[in-house]
Design a protein around this ligand. Structure first.
Ligand SMILES: [Zn+2]
Ligand SMILES: [Zn+2]
Length: 419
């Protein structure tokens, strides 16, 4: 009997895995260039971590978590996001005593029981970075710049738009929330049920609502940026002017409040112009470390949806990613196989993607196979070549071929020269 994969999960292979690897390679390179270290944390954590760290009136915690009791009766949750987990690790491992700022990155699978949409899965991956220990707007800039540079490396600058906002600190936000509630109150009955709850529990989130009625009510609502205290206001101005100095285009979108409780001051989203969804989102969260029991530490970071990024890149990269066989050996007989085997090993030691028949195919079948897998070169060793200790190296891209010595150094030289 056949067993299918679970709803909201996927198998990644073929063209797709090449796109994933291409992105992951760029992530590793860019994080290392920005002097950020990788962190890996457990797939499951105590449910309490997310209730406290993400907020127990968020959709994530209320509706979307994979939570279960383990055999020891503990309430366990598969991580629905990673900031809370990284903060837990930061506190638990005493990283606050390290030289600050502490700059970490991760790429990992996460789990949310969500409605299916394009680019959205129940098991999904995010790349993210978290900077701890700087309250300066310069950290906000560095974090946004890294995302911007990643999009640049992936040739996506024309496909994305950076939207930013400030949601102030607890002081200015309290004043704003009062004004917002005052404004909504006469029309509260027109709002959706979710917003009625948000009105009491987390009024800012009403601005996130996708219901037409709610959007209509909020059309003329006061905006947080008009209520920022002096410190928050200066910070936001600094963020904007520095982005301009760096020639990073942005739009101020006063509606960005982010779906998570722990943000303050700068929040931002990189939106896909084509798909109209946020591919990367983040901001400052100066209170989260305290909330989770650590020493008060300012922090800023982002999460980037890998599945969404793959979707955006997919159209652009169709057939453009390099095939991964550099040299395929087409060998006539067993004797040739033995000789070539050593050369194959030596090329592989030099990181040349080298392949040789393991199916006992005929000479002609090997040739056909080499064509089918789009090997960049084929190295032909027939009887004559074997007797002269030579081989025919054929460049499959331009069709040119040369007879050269059957030596790994000579083959290596040819390939390197022609690349
Ligand atoms: Zn403020
Ligand atoms: Zn609503």
């Amino acid at each position: 009997m056949r067993i299918s994969r679970q709803k909201g999960t996927k198998d990644i292979f073929g063209e797709d895995i090449k796109i994933w690897q291409y992105i992951e390679k760029n992530i590793r390179e860019i994080c290392s260039a920005y002097c950020i270290e990788e962190i890996r944390t457990p797939v499951f954590e105590a449910t309490e971590l997310y209730a406290r760290g993400v907020g127990d009136d968020t959709d994530i915690v209320n509706k979307e978590m994979y939570t279960f009791l383990d055999k020891g009766g503990r309430s366990i949750t598969l991580r629905p996001e990673l900031t809370a987990g990284v903060v837990r690790a930061y506190i638990e491992n005493g990283m606050s005593s390290l030289t600050s700022p502490v700059k970490l990155w991760y790429e990992a699978n996460m789990y949310r029981y969500e409605k299916m949409q394009k680019g959205r899965y129940r098991e999904f991956a995010q790349f993210g970075i978290e900077f701890f220990g700087s309250k300066s707007y310069l950290a906000d800039i560095e974090v946004m710049m890294l995302a911007y540079d990643l999009f640049k490396r992936l040739n996506l600058l024309d496909d994305i738009t950076l939207n930013i906002n400030s949601i102030g600190c607890s002081t200015c936000r309290a004043k704003y929330i009062e004004k917002l509630k005052e404004y909504v109150k006469p029309n509260l009955s027109k709002m959706c049920d979710t917003c009625k709850v948000r009105y009491e529990k987390n009024p800012l989130r009403m601005l996130d609502c996708k219901e037409e009625n709610c959007k209509h009510v909020l059309q003329e609502a006061p905006m947080i940026t008009d209520f920022l205290c002096e410190e928050c206001s200066i910070d936001f101005e600094n963020v904007k002017s520095t982005l301009e100095e760096l020639n990073i285009k942005y739009i101020v979108d006063k509606k960005i409040v982010r779906g998570l409780d722990y943000y303050n001051k700068t929040v931002f989203e990189f939106i896909s112009n084509n798909f109209n969804f946020a591919v990367c989102a983040g901001g400052r969260y100066d209170k989260l470390i305290e909330t989770l029991g650590g020493i008060s530490t300012p922090a800023v970071g982002f999460g980037l949806g890998m599945d969404r990024l793959v979707l955006i890149l997919k159209e652009k990269l169709v057939n453009k990613l390099e095939k991964n066989v550099d040299v395929y050996f087409v060998v006539l007989e067993k004797k040739a196989y033995t000789v070539c085997r050593n050369i194959v090993s030596s090329l592989r030691d030099n990181n040349i993607a080298t392949d040789i028949d393991i199916c006992n195919r005929s000479f002609n079948a090997q040739l056909k196979y080499a064509n089918r897998i789009n090997a960049k070169y084929i190295c032909i060793v027939g009887e004559e070549e074997l007797n002269n200790n030579t081989c025919i190296l054929k460049n499959m891209q331009d069709g040119k071929q040369r007879k050269i010595n059957l030596l790994s150094e000579d083959i290596l030289k040819e390939i390197v020269i022609n690349e």
